[in-house]
Design a protein around this ligand. Sequence first.
Ligand code: OOG
Ligand code: MG
Length: 261
Amino acid sequence: MTQRNHQELAQLLDQARLDARSVPPLTKSQPELPLPDAYAIQAEGIRLRTARGERVVGLKMGLTSEAKRKQMNLDSPVYGVLTDRMQVPADGVFRLQGFIHPKIEPEIAFRTSRELRGRITREEALEACSSAMAAMEILDSRYIDFKYFSLPDVVADNSSSSMFVLSTTERPPRELDLARLPMSMEVNGAQVQSALSSAISGDPILSVVQLCELLDARGESLPAGSIVLAGAATVAHMMQPGDQVRLTVEGLGSVAISVAP
Ligand code: OOG
Ligand code: MG
């Protein structure tokens, strides 16, 4: 596949996102879409966004929990890129208009204070992460039906990333029992999902280790000052107008958004 092909496919997905219109999975017309090409399409899509003034603020890991891999019927972790325009302020309002079929999921996020590259240990990842936060990701697939796509499809579509929200509480990850934090997501006060943080990669910090390996395979590193979403602990949840969605993570407080009526 040429760079020209990557650009064309990135443009198609970018336009679908801007128009909030779903399109067939890329593998329908390109059954042999290799994963490295899918990441190249993702990178072209991010270039289109930065050319319009968006700023890259971090990365998201996806499919780091068994629950998510089962829900999406895909078998290995992937990453996507986060920009400043994707962040909803804590306690902010999210409007469903302009999105295709958004879903929300409970996550843990980290902020890095130095660059990480290549194969790193859990200790090195902990050392480089100045804080951990409670986070929710709002996914939106640009593909018809959301559910039935292959790994290269989801990667090309920036791993379904759409929006995210971070708790205002930030704590050094070493102060927490990171792999044993109870997480509970509630909609209008009723619990809809719950899990222990170990559902995320066995320990959410290991998502950072894995991310560095995936980046390294493409000759890239994780810059200092990045936000990293570690991946969802449970399946994602559909939102209705007027919903108040809140995630509480023991030790990290809670984070909420309201869906506009
Ligand atoms: C892929 C992205 C998965 C996560 O946290 O596991 C993800 C998808 O579900 O469409 O963001
Ligand atoms: Mg996610």
